[in-house]
Design a protein around this ligand. Structure first.
Ligand code: UD1
Ligand code: CA
Length: 510
């Protein structure tokens, strides 16, 4: 590593080509904002023993406050660039903010999320050993459009970087591109940045023009070419964002498979960058693991399930088409199919949540079962309790959310409504179909429904009455003969004749 290194990440631009109000570096790929990927790539450079890294500075401008919120958790500092007058101008702002002792600067774009730490290490190594004024990271691309091209002299040394808009007809063939990642000797870079002009189609100060100026000042320019060109891919449009996202997703599932996770049809599985999964877990087709989800070992995640910020212990089974958001599942828990757990559902060891069961902000104790068609909201349920099919906690009274507390070893019969706030004591039994509005003492039986009455023969009598009434209705109407001689039933009788209008209005009685 060079003597005293600072890392500068450029993230002030709006990203005009994205056609979006959101700053480009805040757009997400692989489940993280683009800028977070750059930070994750540089983070390990600080972790090494004997590291001379003096810190990370992010140049912010467009939506600076939101970008700051993303980068500060990484321990990065920010430098404001306003207005944004190009990459050269951005680096100039950062250099002014760096501590005096910093001798070298690693510059990265905030819109190239695939760059790997090992590649950065190789670049720094070359920069230090060659004692260059600038060391460039380049790549050979089949489709170099949009990137600055590397122009080399006859002996192979880098002479200049030419931006797409300024390419001469001969240079359009060049396949070697500028990654936007460079290492500079600070003093020499500072000296030439003041000489940058804006004589280009964007009227901006281009950092790439520093190469020619450094050469003119007798500085050595080195370059190293990445082994895997996809590492340098940048995002300038939403189509490029989608492509980079697909590469990050593929990388992530490959990394998981490398750690002993079985994934069926991995091209259908979406896993965010920070998700972890233990070995011998099986992930079925179409599963999405988002945010800060952590999955233990020997779990099975059923097809088309979606988990966001979920914590799963070992041996958890999520059956197909289940949703688990911001919730925890203890060891050996089974949920789904078609379960919906959210807002801090805490399902303890060995519990079972079955199909069409929604659990919101509730604790379900060890070994407890809620297997069918149930809503548990703001509830605390003890262990080894049975929640019958169709049980509903009526937790909302139109203004407040109210708690339901159910003890251990309780049996809640099917079709029960628990009108909160309400408590069901340990070992109690709630009869099916009850609407429970009062607390139930421990070990009691609660029946909260009207008593059943059986009326012997009632149904048969009713059937007979109805049949008789229908038969009367269907009888032909007697005594009505039509002009053609048919006798008419009520049903076939034509519309009633309207009474003839009176020719003269009736005289009013005096
Ligand atoms: C830049 C390079 C190009 C290289 C490509 C690699 C220049 C002039 N061109 O082009 O040679 O092939 O990256 O991806 O540098 N930014 C600021 N302040 C500004 C302008 C930009 O912070 O005033 C930031 C952007 O937010 C972005 C990064 O710098 O994260 C790169 O800017 P962008 O406009 O995308 O540069 P490219 O045209 O891609
Ligand atoms: Ca770019």
């Amino acid at each position: 590593m060079p003597a005293e290194l600072a890392i500068v990440i450029l993230a002030a631009g709006k990203g005009t080509r994205m056609k979006s109000q959101r700053a480009k570096v805040l757009h997400e790929a692989g489940g993280l904002p683009l800028i977070a990927h750059s930070l994750r790539a540089v983070e390990p450079l600080a972790g090494r023993r004997g590291s001379t890294l003096r810190g990370i500075w992010v140049v912010v401008g467009h939506q600076a406050d939101v970008v700051r919120q993303v980068v500060e958790p990484f321990g990065a500092r920010t430098v404001l660039q306003k207005p944004q007058l190009g990459t050269g101008h951005a680096v100039a702002q950062a250099l002014g903010a760096l501590p005096r002792g910093v001798t070298d600067v690693l510059v990265l774009p905030g819109d190239a999320p695939l760059i790997g730490t090992d590649t950065l290490r190789a670049l720094l190594k070359l920069h230090a050993s060659a004692e260059s004024a600038a060391t460039l990271l380049t790549a050979r691309l089949e489709q170099p459009q949009g990137y600055g091209r590397i122009v080399r002299g006859d002996s192979g040394e880098v002479e200049a970087i030419v931006e797409q808009g300024a390419l001469s007809p001969g240079q359009a063939e060049l396949r070697e591109v500028n990654s936007g990642v460079y290492c500079f000797e600070r003093a020499r870079l500072t000296a030439v940045l003041g000489q940058l002009g804006r004589n280009n189609i964007h009227r901006e100060y281009y950092l790439t023009d520093a190469v020619v100026l450094l050469r003119a000042a007798a500085g050595r320019i080195s370059a190293c070419t990445v082994e895997h060109p996809e590492e340098i891919l940048g995002v300038n449009t939403l189509a490029e964002l989608a492509y980079v996202d697909s590469l990050l997703r593929r990388r992530k599932v490959e990394a998981l498979m490398g750690c002993g996770v079985t994934i069926y049809q991995p091209e259908t599985v979406v896993v965010d960058a920070e998700v972890t999964v233990g070995s011998d877990t099986v992930i079925e087709r179409g599963v999405e693991l988002r945010g800060a989800t952590r999955v233990g070992s020997r779990c099975r995640l059923g097809a088309f399930s979606l988990l966001r910020n979920a914590r799963l212990a070992d041996r958890v089974t999520v059956r197909p088409h289940s949703l688990v958001f911001d919730s925890r599942l203890g060891e050996g828990v089974t949920v789904g199919p078609f379960a919906h757990l959210r807002d801090g559902a805490d399902i303890r060891r060995g519990a079972r949540i079955g199909n069409y069961v929604e659990v919101k902000k509730s604790v379900v104790g060890e070994g407890t079962k809620a297997q069918h068609l149930t809503y548990l909201g703001d509830a605390t349920i003890g262990r080894d309790t049975n929640i019958g099919a169709g049980t509903i906690t009526c937790n909302y009274d139109g203004i407040n959310k109210n708690p339901t507390t159910i003890g251990d070893h309780v049996f809640v019969g099917s079709g029960t409504e628990l009108v909160a706030p309400v408590r069901v004591g340990r070992g109690a039994y709630v009869a099916a179909g009850s609407t429970v509005t009062e607390n139930v003492p421990a070990d009691a039986l609660a029946i909260a429904r009207s008593r059943q009455v059986n009326k012997t023969g009632w149904a048969r009598t009713r059937r007979q009455k109805l049949a008789a009434a229908k038969a009367r209705k269907d009888e032909p109407v007697v005594g009505v003969r039509l002009a053609d001689g048919r006798s008419a039933s009520k049903a076939s009788r034509g519309p009633r004749r309207q009474p003839r209008a009176r020719s003269k209005p009736r005289r009013r009685r005096r």
